[in-house]
Design a binder for this molecule. Structure first.
Ligand code: TRP
Length: 372
């Protein structure tokens, strides 16, 4: 059994999400909480229904505040080290839904500073340029420009710095080492960086000059930042940020680990051509038998199938259809080719539309940006 590692900088191996909830000390996203969301939204986003979001911190508190008439803001972000892939889009798509349903302000941090300091192979010019490329993918999802605030850490440093140093003053080196695994060889920029990623948790309060509850939809590997931020919050007189965590989308090479930009053949990028998307899907790892004969005899395993996971979590919202696929695969009656074609068609449609929106986003980018 491979060792599973989940730090913000490394996600690999078979992932046991129940263990992660224990390890991080977060809470399971219960059906009761989902029902409570539904009372306000009328319907549940498929990511909630299918439990792609599975864990949280203080979601009940955020809802309570909302029910008492205190609106919450959303915060998430991106480390701009390359093109955006499908795995990145998951929390962003979810934020768009939350913005619509709960009428939220949405803050989006692009950590061009982090990626510059983390990656020996990237220059500041490169991470800064990637940030604004990635911002187009955010805007393409349809956010409301009046309620959406996107910023590069480099370009919004003056404001962020004021908040970051207050946080940094309250976090010891020994805490940072314990939480993030920093070593003596870690550069000091990276050691300071958690206070920069924490800063936007308090930015809505800072800008509005009153306490604003903040909910962070993000993959679970980012949780250590929120743990530290939550410890510091009361010392600075702010609310603790709440979080809702999603699982990783696997790469197309197999069910473990997460989609990664460094494995470009098995990640679907927002800028891939439709042909490229189709090619990647057709070559993906599936849960099917080695041969048609074997598949007919023994059936396939949807649970280890990347194609099935993509359909289940994102692209096939119809419960009956997904059950048909699952049962058919297990019985050896539905073949990998069929599922691949189904997914490829849906994904190509999605990517084509996304790319059109992404082009249009170039004209309106400025309406979304915070700079100082
Ligand atoms: N550190 C994140 C990354 O490398 C980027 C990030 C910044 C982020 N702020 C965030 C991610 C808030 C989720 C939520 O991808």
């Amino acid at each position: 059994m491979e060792k599973s590692i989940v730090t913000p900088w490394e996600v690999e191996g078979e992932i046991d999400y129940n263990k992660l909830i224990k390890k991080f000390g977060t809470d399971v996203l219960t059906d009761e909480l989902l029902d409570r969301i539904k009372r306000h939204t009328g319907e549940l986003h498929p990511f909630l229904r299918r439990k792609l979001f599975f864990s949280h911190r203080d979601l009940g508190w955020i809802l309570k505040k909302y029910e008492e008439g205190e609106k919450f803001a959303l915060y998430t972000g991106r480390g701009p080290s390359g093109d955006t892939h499908l795995g990145h889009l998951i929390p962003w798509i979810f934020c768009k839904w939350l913005q619509d349903k709960f009428n939220c302000d949405f803050y989006f941090q692009m950590t061009d500073d982090e990626k510059f300091m983390m990656r020996p192979d990237l220059t500041l010019e490169q991470t800064h340029a990637f940030a604004y490329e990635n911002a187009l993918d955010v805007i393409a999802l349809g956010f409301d420009p009046k309620k959406t605030f996107i910023f590069s850490n480099i370009d919004y440093a003056k404001t962020l710095y004021k908040i970051s140093i207050q946080i940094a003053k309250n976090v010891t080196t020994s805490t940072a080492k314990a939480v993030f695994g920093f070593k003596n060889s870690t550069n000091i920029g990276i050691v300071f960086f958690p206070s920069v990623q924490a800063a936007p948790c308090f930015l809505p309060s800072f800008l509005n000059e009153k306490n604003v509850p903040v909910l962070i939809p993000a993959a679970i590997d980012q949780d250590p930042y929120w743990r530290i931020t939550r410890d510091v919050a009361p010392k600075l007189g702010y609310y603790k940020p709440a979080a809702i965590h999603n699982m990783f989308l696997p790469g197309l090479e197999g069910p473990s680990g997460k989609m990664s930009a460094s494995k470009s053949d098995t990640a679907i990028f927002s800028v891939d051509s439709p042909e490229e998307v189709d090619r990647k899907i057709k070559r993906a790892f599936t849960g099917g038998g080695q041969t048609i004969k074997e598949h007919k005899e023994k059936g396939g395993n949807p649970l280890t199938c990347t194609i099935y996971q993509y359909l289940y979590f994102i692209f096939e919202e119809d419960d009956e259809k997904i059950k048909e696929i699952q049962d058919g695969c297990k019985k050896g009656e539905v073949f990998c080719g069929e599922c691949k074609t189904l997914l490829s068609d849906k994904l190509v449609k999605f990517i084509t539309r996304h790319q059109e929106n992404r082009e249009r986003a170039k004209d309106v980018l400025d309406k979304f940006l915070l700079k100082d």
